[in-house]
Write a protein that binds this ligand. Structure first.
Ligand SMILES: NC(=O)c1ccc[n+]([C@@H]2O[C@H](COP(=O)([O-])OP(=O)(O)OC[C@H]3O[C@@H](n4cnc5c(N)ncnc54)[C@H](OP(=O)(O)O)[C@@H]3O)[C@@H](O)[C@H]2O)c1
Length: 302
């Protein structure tokens, strides 16, 4: 059945994939953006563009009018070389802490039935070798504490069905972070991974994040992990990336993990079985290993 979906964060790397997938699934889609450039991008994809301030409840309620579902994919992740800089995460924190509350209230006011909220697989405490499902203990710190606040806002301030998607680390050709990972490996021989070599890392091919948003429309309300089916270890990621850029091995990019990046240095062997069982969603590419080769091959072919 055709639904009317409004997306905040629609012009970002996962947002534009979600727009394309939702349109392909036969839904009517509108995306919220701050800029004329964002509006052109959305219209080019075939969606309607709405210019609105995501911190303004009245403006958002207007943008959400008539929506069956609202999808909040707002993030503002700093570039790889600024992640440890003072204030680098402030805008992202503000979007997760404040804009998520405004989105939830506006979705409620607009009468939407469903709210889908982006979150992170990095919220889990270090689990070693153990599989982590959605009931595993979370330990929100630095960048992940505000992801948990966004989850709570979406769940508590919206009376309809809320679906939280805890995404793994995105890997895709148009992600600035992926591009930096590939360049650092190629030029400097450094690894994108932090922490122990035997730690598991929840990675996710970006196209599979887009299809997960479509799946979220048919999932029962709840929290879902969205990551590679069999998350690779850091050693596996390094070996795959090294092979893709033509190196024998990669060395750590830094000796000590800065506090702000501590959550991504944990071992998080995430299972996304709950989303698969609820909706049949499954990743088509193992992002953390096969993704690097696909990206480098695509670049060579371009
Ligand atoms: N799980 C993960 O690994 C994960 C999650 C998210 C992002 N990332 C990475 O972070 C990098 C940047 O992501 P991205 O390209 O999606 O861009 P981004 O800068 O994170 O922006 C994403 C979306 O949020 C909106 N937005 C950002 N700041 C805003 C603000 N202050 N007020 C209102 N809206 C705002 C943008 O809308 P406008 O159209 O208004 O600009 C855009 O649609 C990429 O490399 C990506 O892979 C990783």
């Amino acid at each position: 059945m055709t639904k009317h979906i409004v997306i905040t964060g629609a012009t970002g790397v996962v947002g534009r994939r979600a727009v394309g997938e939702l349109l392909a699934a036969g839904h009517r889609v509108a995306g919220v953006t701050r800029s004329a450039r964002g509006a052109r991008l959305l219209e080019g994809l075939g969606a309607r563009a709405v210019e609105a301030d995501v911190f303004d409840a009245a403006a958002l309620a207007g943008a959400f009018a008539g929506a069956d579902a609202v999808v909040n994919l707002l993030t503002h992740i700093p570039p790889a070389d600024r992640m440890g800089a003072p204030g680098a995460w402030d805008e992202n924190d503000r979007l997760r802490r404040e804009a998520s509350a405004v989105v939830a209230r506006a979705a409620q006011e607009a009468g939407a039935e469903r709210l889908v909220q982006e979150s992170l697989a990095f919220v889990y405490a270090d689990g070693g070798d153990a599989w982590l499902d959605e009931d595993a203990r979370v330990d929100g710190r630095s960048t992940t504490s505000t992801a948990l606040i966004a989850e709570a806002n979406a769940t508590e301030r919206f009376a309809g069905d809320t679906v939280v998607l805890r995404f793994g680390y995105f890997i895709g050709p148009d992600s600035a972070l992926t591009q930096a990972d590939v360049e650092n490996a190629r030029r400097a021989g450094t690894s994108p991974s932090l922490g122990r070599r035997d730690a598991y890392r929840p990675t996710l091919w970006l196209d599979d994040a887009g299809t997960a948003v479509v799946a979220a429309l048919r999932a029962p309300a709840g929290v879902y992990n969205v990551a590679d089916e069999d998350p690779p270890t850091r050693a596996e990621i390094d070996a795959a990336l090294a092979a893709a850029v033509g190196r024998d091995a990669l060395r750590p990019a830094m000796d000590d993990v800065p506090a702000v990046l501590e959550p991504v240095a944990r071992s998080q062997r995430i299972t996304s079985r709950r989303l698969h069982e609820a909706t049949a969603w499954a990743p088509r590419v193992r992002g953390g290993t096969d993704g690097w080769r696909l990206i480098v091959e695509e670049r060579r072919a371009a």
